[in-house]
Design a protein around this ligand. Sequence first.
Ligand code: IPD
Ligand code: CA
Ligand code: CA
Length: 265
Amino acid sequence: MLRSALLNVMVKAAHKAGRTLKRDFGEVEHLQVSLKGPANFVSAADHRAEEILFTELAAARPGYGFVGEEGGRREGSDQTHTWIVDPLDGTSNFLHGIPHFAISIGLEREGMIVAGLVYNPISDELFTAERGKGAFLNNQRLRVAARKRLGDAVIACGLPHLGRGDLPLGNRELAAVQPKVSGLRRFGAASLDLAFVAAGRFDAYWERALSPWDIAAGLILVREAGGFVTDLDGGDTPWISGDVIAGNEAMHRELLALLKTAAKS
Ligand code: IPD
Ligand code: CA
Ligand code: CA
């Protein structure tokens, strides 16, 4: 599969940062960890990976802006392009030795996400997408699942926990969805949750109170795999509102309706 020059830049940066994350994961028990807030950890691995990604992307596309979870916004001379980066999505999994985490790189051009990459360096699964050019897992083209009935669906979600999210609302949403579906999953990395929807592994996914770097790359993976991604009011910029729902057309519609009733109740 011939990747574009733009995707090659993103893949090269992700592979380089992925090598240090993989090494750090092997030594996770020795890693310096600090608390960003209740149950919200960051490690030296997050910072190291973000610096590598910034350096690689800035070298290949001088002038592009850069927004990273750890280092914040770095302005570029080119105001039309901004990288939106999560160097380690799934930090809690990483710190618990659970090999389900990823590097997430999205590219925004004039308010639109035009390219995305989600890479799990342990499974070596590389998800990529570019506007109008489809979504891929390594070299295999991706399509969202075709299931249409919630009763047949396995759905991923994010759940509120200590210091994070609206527990009563989360419980109402769970109570509305759980009895209607064949399975619920809480895997702990939003970017991979969206990538798994793009790959047809999850039939749908929803989560609230996310950050732009959790959603940007995954959003274009799902859309280029033929899926629908909006916020929980149906708006098409979930990376700005932070609330996201994704799935094929039927799943997106059915799940959105269920969540709206839960939000009102
Ligand atoms: C977190 C993960 C998690 C989601 C949290 C995010 P982080 O990202 O994506 O699945 O529920 O809201 O903050 O902190 O591991 O980069
Ligand atoms: Ca994240
Ligand atoms: Ca992170």
